[in-house]
Design a protein around this ligand. Sequence first.
Ligand code: ZN
Length: 151
Amino acid sequence: MSDPFNGLRELYQEVIFDHNKAPRNYKSLEDATHSADGHNPLCGDQLTVYARLSDQGLIEEVTFVGHGCAISKASASLMTEACKGKTVAEAEQLFQDVHAMLTEEHPPHDMGKLEVLSGVREFPARVKCASLAWHTLHNAITLSDETAKTE
Ligand code: ZN
């Protein structure tokens, strides 16, 4: 394995590059009502997801900090954009859809911008990178204190 990214180039589409280079909502959230840590030991990806939920269960703000590979970071960035302004129920549905998209042949429906992540299906080890932020958000908003692990 002289080049660890050999064969993964197709994954690094413009959107992935862009979100890795300039991740959206990359900050901790002082007034977060929910947070969780996520860890993907296979790759070394580590992140914390923060969310501020309204009394009505609306995700008013969602942010993340951490370090990891380009895919984990880009996926986290895309996750914050996709889930901000959604209800907890909608975010949970999106989490299920993303998981299906990453692991099954056909995405459940048009996933829009998030479809750039679907390329990781070809690389099972990378599925864990792409799903980490989503698992972590899921844990945060469902009040689990456990660290999300994509093992
Ligand atoms: Zn990774």
